[in-house]
Design a protein around this ligand. Structure first.
Ligand code: ATP
Length: 358
């Protein structure tokens, strides 16, 4: 079965610079997919190719099995919201939202009625007669969202739409956008470089790096089962320890700093295979004494960063730096420049293959 939106082998070069290199992606109808990645990794370029503002050097974009690559942006029936609200300053909120309907030949009375309904859906009932300059940043962004949705697009593209908002408003808008997206069931692609935004909003996250997709998976799989070191580092905090497989069936890997570590094997790996062991800081326990049934090692504590409800403890086990996240109260057992025991169960170790065949 074909997916709702499909990108096949999309490449984009600017001169001799390769901005996108073989991007393949399938998006299901109604899905909320987030493009996450560092600046310059190709998120916006991919979005612009879907929207039709950029042309792929190679590859194809299809909606419901039909190529849209030859269509102009306005023929694609796609709603777009950018970071800068780009509202018409001389039009009221209602007229801004009516605009795409007007372009599609919808009469003013019917169009304004639809615009009012859409403004209600985005929480702006009673604001129809205001001009953009009479609206706050968050309200302007809601108008932009209403304008992108009013013509019932087949796809909604959001490019860092919350980037200009302060933290509280940003969180409020994240919840709002998710609510509206669910209620309309519109297939949505959201671009951000904010990992917590990606984690909290998405059905699926697509991690970009250097013009390639590193991994496309649910937020929980991206966090707990990153397929590459890059994803493990980019999403959440991580301890990544170089190791080689000793026994790929039982799940034993050898590290220089931590000795042999048990893990729960998911895929069979050959003995001698180079890997990285991912151990998330919140899965490590810090104590005065070793704890039975866990891997225990002694750590010298360098730095404790207190955040109130939790603290980050940074220390060294031999040459290996380790980061441990502890709840505020647990941190009283340890001081900087002391030694302590850190421990974890084998389930906390996730193995990322390295080198050939990774
Ligand atoms: P950001 O989070 O900073 O917006 P991004 O992941 O969206 O980054 P893109 O805007 O897709 O990244 O850019 C990918 C690469 O392509 C970057 O190195 C960028 O400099 C380059 N690029 C984008 N547009 C052009 C252009 N018109 N001409 C030349 N290079 C471009």
């Amino acid at each position: 079965m074909t997916s709702y939106l499909e990108l096949t082998d999309v490449n984009k070069t600017f001169g001799d610079f390769t901005a996108l290199d073989g991007v393949n992606l399938s998006v299901e109808k109604g899905e909320f997919v987030t493009f996450l990645g560092p600046s310059g990794s190709g998120k916006t370029t991919t979005l612009m190719i879907i929207a039709g503002f950029e042309k792929a050097t190679r590859g194809d974009v299809m909606i419901e099995g039909r190529s849209i690559s030859a269509l102009a942006p306005h023929e694609r029936n796609i709603g777009i919201v950018f970071q800068n609200y780009a509202l018409f300053p001389h039009k009221t909120a209602a007229d801004n939202v009516y605009f795409p309907l007007q372009m599609r030949g919808v009469g003013r009375t019917e169009g304004l009625k639809k615009a009012e309904e859409m403004l209600g859906l985005v929480g702006l009932k009673g604001f129809s007669h205001r001009y953009p300059k009479e609206l706050s940043g968050g309200q302007q962004q809601r108008v932009a969202l209403a304008r992108a949705l009013v013509f019932e697009p087949s796809l909604l593209l959001l490019d860092e739409p919350l980037g200009a908002l302060d933290k509280n408003l940003r969180e409020q808008m994240q919840i709002e956008i998710k609510r509206i997206q669910r209620s309309l069931g519109v297939t949505t692609i959201f671009v951000t470089h904010d990992q917590s935004e990606a984690m909290s909003m998405s059905d699926r996250i697509v991690v970009f790096e250097k013009g390639e997709i590193q991994q496309a998976a649910t937020p929980l799989d991206i966090y707990h089962k990153p397929q590459t070191r890059f994803v493990a580092n980019f999403v959440g905090e991580s301890n990544l320890v170089p190791a080689t497989i000793v026994d790929g069936t039982k799940g034993v890997a050898r590290t220089q700093a931590l000795g042999d570590c048990d893990y729960q094997p998911a895929a069979p790996l050959d003995a001698g295979r180079p890997v990285s062991l991912l151990i998330r800081p919140e899965h490590i326990k810090l104590s005065r004494q070793p704890i039975d049934g866990r891997k225990n090692v002694s750590m010298h504590v360098d730095t404790i960063v207190n955040y109130g409800d939790n603290a980050l403890v940074i220390g060294n086990v031999g040459d290996q730096q380790m980061r441990v996240r502890v709840l505020g109260r647990d941190v009283v057992v340890i001081r900087e420049n002391e030694d302590c025991t850190i421990s974890w169960p084998s389930e906390a170790v996730f193995v990322i293959p390295e080198g050939k065949g990774a």
